[in-house]
Design a protein around this ligand. Structure first.
Ligand code: SAM
Length: 231
């Protein structure tokens, strides 16, 4: 049985991904198993609509053809919403090919509006090759990187790919959030920790705590932040 403070994979307890230390986990296999074994709408991070992120995006000065990178996109419905909003230059990244395949199938013909990048944010290869982006979106991905080295790789990639005047949305478990998700330990954040990680190239535009309700009805506490690259 999953620990009480973990974010369960689905509305029922799952047996595929019990707690493990960083070095014991094959992350690609872990996430592919999750997306193969469970229906997306039952996952403990599924949203019918990603309202807080859409709200933050509506406050960004973006052109419809600006490049938007969603890291650790999985099968998020946010891609569907951005396509419906006429954004035409979307990049969906994930370590899990299965997660992205599920999303690709769901959006069907419009999948050609998206560049699909299966790559590991903690050992980026394909991600290193992309041109700069005007919006970086992360919901519930960074918090899985509990090792300082992985966080450093993540923020180095972000710094190298963010265009001047571009925006960064980071939505992670907050300091009162769960300590585990999908059987994996997480690092929790608040706005100050995130601002510190981004450094003085970025200006904070907005931040708020948000309680997400999982398909099971359980609640998870997130912090949502919007930053702009100013230098
Ligand atoms: C909790 S899910 C969130 C999915 C999506 N962001 C959403 O809001 O629906 C975490 C996602 O991060 C992806 N992920 C985990 N580690 C990753 C890594 N090192 N590189 C890229 N993606 C990763 C997982 O495959 C999974 O899709």
């Amino acid at each position: 049985m999953m620990p009480k403070d973990s974010c369960d994979i689905t509305s029922k307890n799952a047996d595929c991904c019990s707690s493990a230390t960083h070095n014991e986990v094959d992350y690609k296999n872990h996430w592919n198993t999750v997306y193969t074994k469970y229906e997306v709408s039952k996952l403990g991070w599924y949203e019918t609509e990603s309202s807080p992120i859409l709200e933050l995006i509506s406050n960004c000065e973006l052109k419809k053809n600006d490049p938007i990178l969603f890291v650790g996109a999985g099968s998020t419905t946010l891609i569907d919403s951005l396509i419906a909003d006429d954004f035409t230059n979307l990049i969906a990244n994930d370590i899990s090919k299965e997660g992205l395949e599920t999303l690709k199938k769901r959006i069907g013909k419009q999948s050609n509006l998206v560049e699909w990048l299966v790559d590991d944010l903690t050992q980026p290869q394909e991600l290193n090759k992309i041109a700069s982006v005007k919006l970086w979106i992360d919901r519930a991905v960074l918090h899985f990187f509990t090792e300082a080295e992985d966080q450093e790789t993540y923020f180095n990639l972000l710094q190298s790919k963010m265009a001047l005047n571009g925006y960064v949305i980071l939505a992670e478990f907050n300091l009162s959030g769960a300590t585990k998700c999908s059987g994996l330990p997480v690092k929790r954040y608040d706005v100050n920790i995130l601002a510190d990680k981004l450094g003085n190239n970025f200006q904070l535009l907005n931040a708020f705590d948000y309680v997400y309700t999982m398909p099971s009805g359980d609640k998870r506490n997130y912090v949502y932040t919007l930053f702009k690259r100013i230098k």
